[in-house]
Ligand binder design. Sequence first.
Ligand code: COI
Length: 334
Amino acid sequence: MDWDKLGFQVIPTDFMYIMKSNEEGTFSNGDLVPFGTVQIEPHSTVLNYGQGLFEGMKAYRRADGEVQIFRPEQNAMRMQMGAERLLMVAPSVEQYVDAVKQVVHANKRWVPPHGKGALYIRPLLFGSGSVMGIAPAPHCTFLIYTNPISNAYKGRHTNSTLSLLIEDTLPRAFPGGTGGVKNIGNYAPVFQVTKEAKAKGFFDVLFLDAEEHKYIEEVSSCNVFMVKGDVISTSPTLGTILPGITRNSIIQLARDLGYQAEERKFSVDEFLEADEVFCTGTAVGISAVGSATYKNTRVEFKTGADTVTQKLFDMITGIHTGLLEDNNGWMVKI
Ligand code: COI
């Protein structure tokens, strides 16, 4: 493996974990199996009606060689929230965390060396039982696979050329919809807009609210923050914003560093006056945004060494990789 060439591409690892819900509608007896294809019934609700959720997590290698994962119980709880919304049975937090530990342990040789990336962990929960009408599946499957990655926005952590196009007509999520849970159906609808933006030279798309097309919501696959002076703001999780675990951790770390961190609605006009902008997510980590373009007007933001983004990046990356003390007890060793 040439770890320096790692990006965000498909690299199958040795094992995956699979667990099916039983007749009583609960999960038990999951197994590690060799990585491979899964059989799925044509009538399954995931294929027909999109009854499915996914999660994203990372395992990091510390300088001492040990492997650790970040706040896995938070992802377990978020999956339970999503399962409630889509009427699926979910694994318990203990089952989820235990399964994640098992699959990371089995694929340990795929955790990149310290500082070279992470082993991305992708838990899925989907309706694998068959129905014909519009109804939840009689049984669900919980599956976890892993894939080594560097970063979805490789090379764009803090000294950034990341350019966002602010999409002013098509929203990502709408009130009463599923934008606030990690529903698989939230992602394919952004493919087209993102592809068009990339063809115009942008790196990603930032979506506005569905009602007034005025308030900042989130980027296609991550949350977004703005920094103005000592105040760090991000949109509130009121149903259309994904409650990101990195988002939540950054709010806490920013407060620990003495910044005022707030969750509130803010307009695109206010956003364009920010000093700094950064994205957060498991896949993207913390990535500084260099510019945003709204209705053909391009605005640049401060990036580089002397930024709030850099301080937060250093802090969370230090915790992830064991270079800084984990005062919050966020890291779980494998
Ligand atoms: C993650 O950050 O883990 C995500 O779920 C984003 C993914 C769509 C790449």
